[in-house]
Design a protein around this ligand. Structure first.
Ligand code: HEM
Ligand SMILES: Nc1ncnc2c1ncn2[C@@H]1O[C@H](COP(=O)(O)OP(=O)(O)OP(=O)(O)O)[C@@H](O)[C@H]1O
Length: 797
């Protein structure tokens, strides 16, 4: 009996071993060979199959090779670095090719229409099965198929609707504010600018945003969960760099134990939060503004509707969805932001245009949802950034049965790769400048830019398109707008341009940029009428005021004017008409100038912080702007296009005197007409004007004051300062400050002289002397009372 049992067991063992051996052989050799034959018959080309590993070794080597070769800082042609093996294979075998991922062939799908088909027929083309390692990281919606996917998508969809995302905007705003404050703090310790590696900040930002929006009031617990998920992702990335060996996850290695421990802890923590919420929801107290709240609410509704738990998600499944939010939404959003920042650091013209738009929509006030939706330039920039640096460089699918794919007939089990980045960089699709940053491609939206083709799909496509698309775009707009509102930035020379693919496309060495605070550092423009002393000649224009940090601009200058060749008199008016734009009428009612926009419905006009006078319509679209009609000056951020020209305005604004004898003199003779403008005198001129400082008016704490006369006979008082030494910068800063103060009862500064070690201030002449003579009339009793002094201070006569 025992012998029979022995033979029976041996027989069964042998049979099982033979079956497994055959399966292994089929998996490692026969099946790959059969698939290869079939693909070659269809005209597809690729390397011959190599046992078990296929092309994996070459694939790993190609990544290693490019890793050590950073790109030129201005090079956005990144495909050879991100998908080196695809690029090499296409070079070697042509566009209709395949590569071997171990024993599985992977066909490259390059045709936009075929890609659309793959996305739409999502039951026929499914995602490759997640490895057990991926399962430890996150399962959820992204990895389900067919009915289970459909049910989860239906429950999750409402949480990602625009009106729900609107409620999350305050949470997103808070996270962005925290980041901006940290940058401001770093800057304040160094002055007005400093070098920051912003990559870790952007990663923390997107992680904070997910914690806040997913778990709301349980934000702190959420943050701990996501810290653990982050560590899990690190382990996962390391594991994906080696070939996954069946059963290896059961080995009691240190890493395997840690991954399991993390998974257990994360599950327990999320379960704790969910239990609290479910209790609150049942008691009618739960907050449903965060993702978790909305998901629970939607799940309840679904179960209630069908009266059956099977139509909803289990707690375990809800836990997986929460883990997935972090995995799918954190890194992707931070890389979108980091590449956008790199592009804007290099393309300062677009940085300026984006800032202009942000300031036009929000000014310096708090960002809010409706305004974010009006940011057109920012959206164009984000789309162009997603085109050049799509966070996911390619997507995978597999055939589930024998399938007709375009011209091909593919057997079941063939993997497909949809190479997002190759289509985004294709010169046949986007033109010769495909690898250049040109946000204007998206000026009329995505469908116009792609002509309705599936050539731009950073978020995938078809029914399985990214569920977080709206969420991520609002977050990115908010973060970018807030950064632009507070800072200017440019690349640091220490930045190394090395994009690399680690699940998402990331900057290998971070992103060091110079961040400059805009506060107190911006150039100030004012707009209005500028008249000569007599008020007989006025222009309507834009004036740039000196900035105390600049040493090159000592006095306000006119940078644009509407009527420089046609001055008007005082009492002229500028009228904004709803149906025609701006009209400049002289005091006698004669039309002097208009914006030439008759028939257009005008919403308003605005002087932007860049000094651009902008006329816009009701939907904030620009109707016309002074930047498009330059006169004699161009300011930073003003883009000059072919056909535009600057024409010197000296003689044109020099209404009374002929412009003569060198530019310095000419500038002065025209500037002297403006009350607001300060003149820079030479020491020699002041010596002549004061007849060698012969007539002393008095002595102050900082030096003596002398009488003088300008060439047109106007009397002046010249103060010769002592004690400023050679400190030209602080002297000019002082001049800029005093020069910008306008008060009827304070003497006006006319000009100054900073030549060599001379420091002189030129004031208008006060016939009645200094105010102190009138304030202190000999004795305290006789001097002016407080009410009179108050009136003097408050400018009342
Ligand atoms: C720049 C940011 C993002 C990019 C580029 C991006 C990209 C993608 C892509 C390409 C897919 C399709 C994958 C495939 O078809 O194989 C996808 C799916 C998905 N994404 Fe995103 N994503 C981003 C942000 C987010 C955020 C913020 C969340 C959640 C909070 C999210 C959640 C998901 C989910 C759950 C899916 C699976 C959808 C399904 O299978 O029905 N994503 N994402
Ligand atoms: N713009 C002016 N027009 C006519 N006289 C002036 C003018 N500015 C100064 N003075 C004369 O010169 C004197 C000294 O002026 P100054 O402004 O230097 O002195 P202060 O007011 O005593 O103080 P401080 O040196 O602290 O500014 C005045 O008392 C006045 O008589």
């Amino acid at each position: 009996m025992e012998i029979v049992a022995y033979y029976l067991v041996s027989f069964l063992l042998t049979i099982t071993s033979v079956i497994y051996a055959w399966k292994l052989l089929d998996w490692a050799w026969f099946r790959p060979r059969k698939l290869e034959k079939c693909l070659r018959k269809q005209g597809l080309k690729g390397n011959s199959y190599k046992l078990i590993f296929g092309d994996l070794k070459e694939l790993a080597k190609s990544f290693e090779d490019v890793k050590s070769k950073p790109l030129n800082v201005f090079d956005d042609d990144i495909t050879p670095r991100i998908v080196p093996y695809f690029v090499d294979t296409i070079k070697k075998h042509g566009k209709n090719c395949f590569i071997w991922i171990g024993p599985k062939p992977m066909v490259l799908v390059n045709d936009a229409e075929v890609i659309r088909d793959v996305f739409n027929k999502y039951v026929l083309y499914q995602k490759p099965k997640p490895t057990p390692l991926t399962k430890l990281l996150a399962q959820g919606l992204a990895s389900y198929e067919e009915d289970k996917w459909a049910m989860h998508r239906k429950i999750l969809n409402p949480a990602f609707h625009m009106e729900k995302i609107k409620n999350m905007v305050p949470a997103i705003h808070l996270s962005c504010t925290e980041m901006v404050s940290q940058w401001e703090e770093s800057i304040s310790t160094k002055g007005t600018s400093c070098e920051i590696d912003i990559w870790p900040y952007l990663q923390k930002l997107s992680s904070d945003v997910i914690s806040r929006t997913a778990f709301g009031s349980n934000y702190e617990e959420g943050r701990m969960i996501f810290e653990l998920q982050k560590e899990q992702a690190q382990h996962f990335i390391e594991a994906t760099r080696t070939l996954y060996i069946l059963g290896s996850r059961f080995l009691p290695t240190k890493k395997n134990r840690r991954m399991k421990e993390i998974d257990k802890n994360v599950q327990a923590m999320i379960r704790g939060i969910i239990d609290k919420r479910v209790k609150a929801l049942k008691a009618g107290e739960a907050n449903t503004d965060d993702l978790l709240g909305m998901l629970l609410e939607s799940n309840f509704k679904q179960i209630e509707q069908h009266g059956n738990k099977d139509f909803g998600m289990s707690t375990r499944e809800i836990i997986e969805e929460c883990k997935l939010f972090y995995f799918a939404g954190q890194e992707t959003t931070s890389v979108l932001l980091v590449w956008t920042m790199i592009l804007l650091s290099r393309h300062l013209d677009w940085q300026t245009r984006a800032r202009e738009e942000v300031l036009q929509v929000f000014g310096d006030s708090k960002l809010e949802f409706d305004g974010l939706n009006r940011l057109k330039i920012v959206t164009m920039i984000l789309n162009e950034s997603l085109r050049l640096y799509p966070p996911a460089d390619s997507l995978n699918r597999k055939t589930t049965t024998n399938t007709k794919l375009g011209e091909l007939s593919l057997p079941a089990g063939v993997m497909l790769v949809l190479p997002i980045i190759l289509l985004h960089h294709d010169k046949e699709i986007w033109g010769e400048d495909a690898t250049e940053f040109k946000p204007e491609r998206f000026s009329e939206g995505v469908s116009k830019a792609t002509k309705g083709q599936m050539t731009f799909f950073p978020f995938g496509g078809g029914p399985r398109i990214c569920i977080g698309l709206n969420f991520t775009m609002i977050e990115a707009k908010m973060a970018l707008a807030m950064i632009l509102q507070h800072f200017s930035f440019e690349l640091s020379p220490s930045y190394t341009h090395a994009p690399q693919s680690v699940i998402t496309i990331q900057p290998q060495y971070g992103l060091s940029i110079y961040v400059l605070s805009r506060e107190g550092n911006e150039t100030v423009f004012v707009c209005g009428f500028l008249c000569d002393y007599n008020g007989t000649a006025c222009v309507f224009g834009v004036l740039i005021l000196p900035n105390i940090y600049d040493s090159y601009l000592y006095y306000p200058r006119l940078v644009w004017s509407a009527n420089r060749n046609n001055p008007v008199r005082t009492n002229a008016t500028l009228q904004l008409r709803q149906d025609g734009g701006l009209f400049l009428m002289d005091s006698d009612g004669a039309l002097i100038w208009s914006t030439n926009t008759s028939g257009k419905a005008v919403g308003g006009f605005n002087l932007t912080v860049m000094g651009n006078v902008v006329l816009f319509d009701k939907s904030n679209d620009i109707i016309c702007q002074s930047f498009n009609h330059p006169t004699d000056t161009s300011v930073p951020g003003q883009i000059m296009v072919p056909g535009k020209k600057l024409i010197s305005s000296i003689s044109a604004t020099d209404w009374n005197e002929e412009g003569e004898k060198g530019s310095r003199k000419m500038r002065r003779s025209s500037l002297i007409k403006y009350q607001e403008c300060l003149l820079d005198f030479s020491y020699e001129e002041l010596t002549v004007m004061t007849e060698n400082f012969s007539e002393k008016l008095g002595q102050g704490g900082f030096g003596a004051v002398f009488e003088g006369t300008l060439s047109d006979g106007t009397k002046i008082a010249v103060k010769r300062l002592q004690g400023f030494g050679n400190a030209k910068k602080s002297f000019l800063a002082e001049v800029a400050t005093i020069g910008s103060i306008q008060h009827v009862n304070l003497v006006k500064l006319v000009g100054f002289c900073p030549e060599k070690s001379h420091r002189l201030l030129v004031y208008e002449y006060m016939v009645n002397g200094s105010l102190d003579r009138w304030i202190f009339l000999g004795t305290w009793e006789k001097s002016l009372g407080w009410d009179v002094r108050k009136k003097i201070i408050l400018k009342c006569r």
